[in-house]
Design a protein around this ligand. Sequence first.
Ligand code: DG2
Length: 246
Amino acid sequence: MTYKLVLLRHGQSAWNNTNQFTGWVDVPLTEQGEQEARKGGQLLKDKGVLPDIVFTSLLRRAINTANISLDVADRLWIPVKRDWRLNERHYGALQGKNKTEIREEYGDEKFMLWRRSYATPPPEIDPDDKYSQAHDPQYAGVPVPRCEALSNVVKRVTPYWESDIVPELKTGKTVMIAAHGNSLRAIVKMLDGLSEEEIAKVNIPTAIPLLYELDENFKPIKPRGEYLDPEAAAAGAAAVAAQGQK
Ligand code: DG2
């Protein structure tokens, strides 16, 4: 028995476009982002990768990307489960800040540590900051972080993977997870058993479905899975890696 899992990062968001750290701030997709989501849906349809259930974060850029792509693939009717555990990594006090300005102010090393290290979180956000979610009624009862390293995301995603996602895979459903650059990196690290050094080099492009076939132990049959458009994915990942450079 093998299982099918599709990972989909949202299309370009307003703050991806303006080069701002986003995290839990609920920004919309741009028109380009919507277009990317449509292309992602067309890839699902063309390659016959048809999700039976979709998991999303609570953030509109992931929710809308899921809806747009599933609409194009004629799968808008499938069940949906949303959970804060799939939210983007909380970018702490960097939320709302311009990536290039932060790199110039703090230097390459710190910038890359905050973006891609496994265990070093960015600085904490003040709960009263306009970009904090500490007082957001949407997150009542949720342990809203003040900042997160990727290791914190792995800690919140892994139990959700076990409790909610694996049982759906076990029934033979094709599962799609529509989420974010870093919450998906947490899942990739977990699935592929990547080291901290290896995951630091992984960048997830916007809205290109990444298909994993998993064996009976939920381990990838092909390590790192397969993008449905590998060329576009390589270009998209390189663009993400280069963010913050002039
Ligand atoms: C981006 C990722 O998250 O940024 O929070 O700024 O996937 O929701 O657009 P997403 C953010 P980087 O870690 O790639 O800088």
